[in-house]
Design a protein around this ligand. Structure first.
Ligand SMILES: *[C@@H]1O[C@H](CO)[C@@H](O)[C@H](O)[C@H]1NC(C)=O
Ligand SMILES: *[C@@H]1O[C@H](CO)[C@@H](O)[C@H](O)[C@H]1NC(C)=O
Ligand SMILES: *[C@@H]1O[C@H](CO)[C@@H](O)[C@H](O)[C@H]1NC(C)=O
Length: 241
């Protein structure tokens, strides 16, 4: 009896740990963990005059030149609570997870702008998500590991497009889903142009605008033919794998 009880408890514990992603409040914890780590703590350090190192790091000059397009990797797996009645990762859970992944990605790339803005200007900027699209291609099975890679895709006068891609292990072409999110940077009612945010983040280079303009041509067809599914996120320009 007691052995049975004990094994049951252990089983429950294993189940709960393995599905930590979807435990109550886990979403908020995962979300605010990113915000605190990437924005709140650096801001406090800045206030204390500790000169925190802000923004993504680059290994080479070439990498730095196209730094605004740096891909950011998020490793995870499909926990049991995310599974639907067809035994694959439920479509709706992608959106929730993408919130966290993008918070990590956007706060890393634009960390310098987001942390320093209030010290320079006195008001706080914020990121408004004005739309998210998802393109599903392959299912993700329970406990299957996958990566979510994200990067800035392009921008126009007002909106910045952020691309995320779910990939399964194995060949490059095993894309489970791609998602394109639209961001508008706001300071109260005022809209801050993406290019000004890029400059304030120390990520401007004359060549990046040409790349953005090329990538921008693919935005309108994102949902139609799934071309963005095959984009190699390791390269700044939208080259198919
Ligand atoms: C999830 O999306 C895929 C691809 O669009 C679709 O085939 C599948 O039926 C969807 N699943 C559910 C549960 O809606
Ligand atoms: C995720 O990316 C890392 C680094 O590129 C790679 O080593 C790993 O195999 C990838 N995992 C999956 C599940 O694709
Ligand atoms: C990747 O998969 C898609 C559809 O499954 C296919 O059309 C495309 O040719 C594949 N690309 C490569 C490089 O294998």
């Amino acid at each position: 009896m007691s052995i049975l009880k004990k094994s049951f408890k252990i089983l429950v514990a294993i189940y709960l740990i393995s599905s930590y992603k979807t435990l109550p409040f886990a979403y908020f914890l995962r979300f605010y963990n990113q915000v605190i780590k990437l924005l709140v703590i650096p801001k406090i350090r800045l206030k204390l005059g500790m000169k925190p190192k802000l923004g993504p790091t680059f290994k080479t000059e070439e990498e730095k030149k196209f730094g605004v397009f740096k891909p950011l990797l998020w490793k995870t797996y499909n926990s049991p609570f995310e599974v639907d009645m067809f035994f694959h990762k439920s479509n709706s859970t992608y959106f929730e997870e993408l919130d966290i992944v993008r918070t990590y990605g956007m706060s890393t790339i634009f960390q310098k702008f987001l942390v320093e803005y209030s010290s320079h200007i006195g008001t706080f900027p914020y990121l408004a998500v004005s739309g998210v699209q998802c393109n599903f291609r392959k299912e993700i099975k329970p406990y299957e590991k996958y990566n979510v890679t994200s990067r800035v895709f392009c921008w126009d006068e007002k909106t910045l497009y952020f691309l995320s891609k779910f990939t399964l292990p194995g060949q490059k072409n095993r894309t489970a889903c791609t998602s394109l999110a639209k961001y508008v940077f706001k300071d109260g009612r005022k809209t801050i142009k993406p290019i000004d945010v890029i400059k304030a983040s120390g990520l401007f280079h004359p060549e990046i605008e040409k790349i953005s303009a090329e990538n921008y041509k693919l935005v309108s067809t994102f949902n139609d033919d799934g071309t963005t599914l095959d984009i190699n996120l390791d390269l700044p320009a939208a080259v198919a794998i």
